[in-house]
Structure formats: C-alpha cells, structure tokens
Design a protein around this ligand. Structure first.
Ligand code: GRG
Length: 296
C-alpha cells in the first residue's frame, strides 16, 4: 500500500516521463544516433529528485503545472548532461549509471560528448521557447538563474574543483564550497525555478533559496554516506568510487557517524526554513525527508 507521498511522487514521475519523451527530439530524426543517445541518457531512469522539488515548490506558489513541467525538464536535462560528461573517461571514467551502461559505453565517447552538449542547449531552448511567467523580466531572470547554477560559478565550477582535489585532503569549508557548487547549485535552482513559475514574494523566495541550499548540501552528504554504505546494485552506479579515486568526501573528512549527523543537522535546518509556509510546504518537507533518509 502506497503512502500519500509515494502516490504523489509516482504520479508526478510518470507524468514527467511523458513530458520528457515529448520534449526530446524523436530518435527517427536526423542525426538519429545522437537523438537516440540523448533519449537513452534521459529516459527510463533516475529518481527525478530535482523535478520533484520543482513540482513541490510550484505547488507551494500556485504555479501552472505545464509551466513547471518545462522548468523541471530544463533542470533534469542539465542534470542528465552532467552525468553523461561526468562518467566519461576524461572525468570519472565509469561504466554504470542508473543501472545501465554509461552513455559513452553504450554509444561512443564522441557521441556522449555531443549528447551532453545537446542536452544542455536543449534545456535553455525550452526556457526560451515556452512561457514560464506572465512577467517577461522574471522569465529572463529564470534563464539567467539556471545558467548561473550550471556554469563555471556553479555546477561546472564545482566539478572543476572536484577534479583538482583528487588525491588531496580538503578542509571542511573547502569541501562544502565544492559541493554547494557541484551538486547544490542545481538542486537550489530546481526549487527556485519551480517556485518562480508561480507567485512568490521576495521574502518567500529568500526562505526557499535557503531551503534549496541546505537540502542540496544534505543531498551530497547523504550521497557520500551511501557511496560507502550501499552496494552497486542498489545505487545503480559503482559504489565506493570516491574512496577508490582518492576523492575527499564528508565521510573521509568526518567519519561515517559525523557525516550522518551533519546530514541530520542540515535536514533539521532545511525544515526550519519552511516553518512559515505551513501545510503548503508539505511536499517540500516530505522530499527533504526522502533526500536524507533514502537508501539509493
Ligand atoms: C560534468 C559539468 C559536469 C558536472 C558533473 C553532478 C556532477 C557534476 C557529477 C555527478 C557525480 C556525482 C555522483 C555527484 C554526486 C551527487 C549526484 C549529482 C548524484 C547523482 O544524482 P541523483 O542521485 O541521480 O539525483 P539520479 O540518477 O537519481 O538522477
């Protein structure tokens, strides 16, 4: 028997899969191999945590679901691009992602590079083509927000620091800086873009921004814990990879117990930022619980 939250998640995941299927170029369109590989990298896999955060934030601000679908799709396409590139031999060199061979293994390296490029640009094309807000200025700000979260001052910058830190020991603030950018920036953007599809006051936006930042960092701390604790079959990606690669993680820095406690602290602080929203933030609270208590 599903809980109310599980039914909410399942309904949105299923609807979102159809949205993505419709937005991605069909595999029959030239160049077929690239389009087939784009669909391979995006469809039928992943928890869709970022889209779910966008849906929950959009429900909080009374957003039109069709608008949030587009914002959520843009974020998920950026996420999928980052996974494809991250798995390539020049970066993490991994063979398993979402329980399937990674994109460059299934296709080839050049195709995987182009898949990442094409998913990234498709994300911004969607934000430019579809109406997300009645206020054109706000829509422009949403495009800017996703670009900033994705680029060298956001996710790509965090990835650069991550690659440069292999074999080194980082202090906690440095590790935090890296992860706020590499993983946190896109999660934060998902919350804000979902919210901005609806009506959000500057005060509410600040609270949601803080929530996104805290839960984005909590997501990474939990990811580090799972990398140590869970097995490859459960994760659908190679477990223990960070330790094998000599990457600094919350677990290598703090130990397993303190890393778990840090995730708990971030979780509590994230929930506190939602206090003023009352029942309208129920789904965001439940997603925060899921992010911290998940086993995969
Ligand atoms: C290549 C520019 C560039 C960036 C890559 C996100 C990232 C940066 C690398 C992925 C490596 C990694 C395992 C990061 C830890 C956190 C993370 C993003 C995990 C994967 O996200 P999930 O768990 O994946 O949401 P699913 O498959 O469920 O969508």
């Amino acid at each position: 028997m599903r809980t109310d939250f599980q039914s909410w998640v399942a309904a949105r995941q299923s609807r979102f899969e159809d949205v993505l299927r419709g937005l991605l170029p069909r595999a029959e369109i030239i160049p077929q191999r690239l389009h087939e590989a784009m669909r391979y990298a995006v469809l039928d896999g992943g928890k869709r945590v970022r889209p779910l955060l966008a849906f929950a934030a959009g429900e909080l601000t009374g957003a039109d679901a069709n608008r949030v679908n587009i914002a959520a799709a843009a974020v998920e396409l950026i996420h999928a691009y980052s996974l494809v590139h991250d798995d390539m031999p020049c970066m993490d060199d991994d063979v398993l992602r979402r329980g399937k061979p990674t994109c460059h293994v299934q296709y080839d390296e050049a195709t995987a590079l182009l898949v990442g490029d094409s998913l990234q640009t498709l994300a911004f094309q969607l934000l430019a083509e579809h109406r997300l807000s009645d206020d054109a200025q706000r829509q422009l700000e949403m495009i800017r927000l996703l670009a900033a979260a994705t680029g060298s001052r956001g996710m790509a910058g965090g990835q650069a620091i991550d690659l440069a830190s292999i074999g080194k020991s980082l202090a906690l603030p440095e590790l935090e800086f890296m992860h706020i950018h590499k993983t946190g920036a896109l999660i934060r953007a998902a919350v804000l873009l979902g919210a901005q599809c609806g009506s959000v006051s500057p005060g509410q936006q600040d609270k949601l921004d803080r929530f996104g930042k805290l839960i984005g960092l909590a997501f990474q701390v939990v990811d580090d814990v799972l990398d140590c604790e869970a097995d490859t079959a459960t994760l659908g990606k190679t477990a223990g990879k960070d330790a094998d690669n000599g990457k600094p993680t919350y677990v290598s820095l703090l130990g397993l117990q303190d890393a778990r406690e840090m995730a708990g602290r971030l979780h509590r602080e994230a929930l506190e930022t939602l206090a003023e929203f009352g029942d309208s933030a129920l789904r965001l609270r439940e997603l925060a619980d899921f992010i911290v208590l998940r086993k995969f």
